[in-house]
Ligand binder design. Structure first.
Ligand SMILES: [Zn+2]
Length: 263
């Protein structure tokens, strides 16, 4: 018998596997964004087995790292790049499974073994995309409590069961990445009235994280509203000073990791 053990439950059903008690339990604190990224947001309706699934490596996969780990690694190296306390010795302290850091060009590059291995980079990119959609739905549910809506079934299949495919659109920076004011994700993803309205109307969610900008196909409506995506991104691109173009991310190394001075 469990006495007074806190349960992280609100709607009573897991937003990932759609199972309820007693089939699954809800005792593990679900961080909606990996806590290594300095986020302390705690969600609910994420069962213990789904929670552990996202954080567990899988030796049978080509990319053995968990969805959480791929995402953490990626954003942490990005944060390293943006950290202005770097000097010519920083690379010695820099440790990454996937990236090398070149201080003279202020660039992070995916290690050549990965860049050359098409299968590996495809799987790595897929895990990264699943990680992005993972935090989207968890944060959406934390804010709105509507994450169980069946309009998100595609996300559930893709993220939890690795089935199907969802596109991730990336807004390419014109001139490398910009020093950003806010390296923390402590506030989580925004879900204000405007963003919810866009999501309901067009199916897209614009996710901006540590200076990187993505569009997610949050619901199937998005497929019919590519013109909205083009219009919105063109508006942000404008004269091309900050952003260059919108691409559908197919390979993780399409994300530019060169730091430039923007003043
Ligand atoms: Zn679950």
């Amino acid at each position: 018998m469990t006495l007074n053990k806190k349960e992280y439950i609100r709607k009573g059903k897991c937003i990932w596997c759609l199972k309820s008690k007693p089939e699954v339990e809800f005792y593990t604190k679900p961080h909606t964004i990996p806590k290594k990224l300095n986020s302390h947001n705690i969600g609910f309706d994420i069962c213990d087995s789904c929670n552990s699934f996202f954080g567990s490596d899988n030796k049978l996969d080509k990319v053995t790292y968990s969805v959480d780990k791929v995402l953490k690694e990626f954003f942490n190296v990005h944060k390293f790049l943006l950290n202005n306390k770097k000097d010519s010795n920083s690379w010695k302290k820099f440790k990454s499974q996937f990236f090398n850091y070149y201080h003279t060009s202020k660039t992070l590059k995916l290690k050549i073994d990965y860049r050359r291995n098409a299968t590996y980079i495809n799987q790595l990119t897929r895990k990264f995309k699943r990680g992005i959609y993972n935090i989207f739905l968890q944060e959406y549910h934390r804010n709105t409590e509507n994450g169980l809506d069946n309009k998100f079934d595609k996300i559930r299949e893709f993220v939890r069961y690795d089935i199907g495919e969802l596109p991730l659109y990336y807004l390419k920076n014109s001139n490398g990445v910009k020093m950003t004011e806010d390296l923390d994700l402590s506030h989580g993803l925004p879900f204000n009235g405007y963003l919810i309205e866009i999501l309901d109307k067009y199916g897209f969610y614009h996710l901006s994280m540590i200076g990187l900008n993505f569009y997610l196909e949050a619901t199937e409506k998005a497929k019919l509203n590519l013109d909205y995506l083009i219009k919105d991104s063109n508006h942000l691109i404008g004269t091309g000073f900050v952003f260059k173009e919108l691409i559908e991310l197919k390979k993780l190394n399409e994300i530019d990791f060169t730091l430039r001075n923007w003043d």
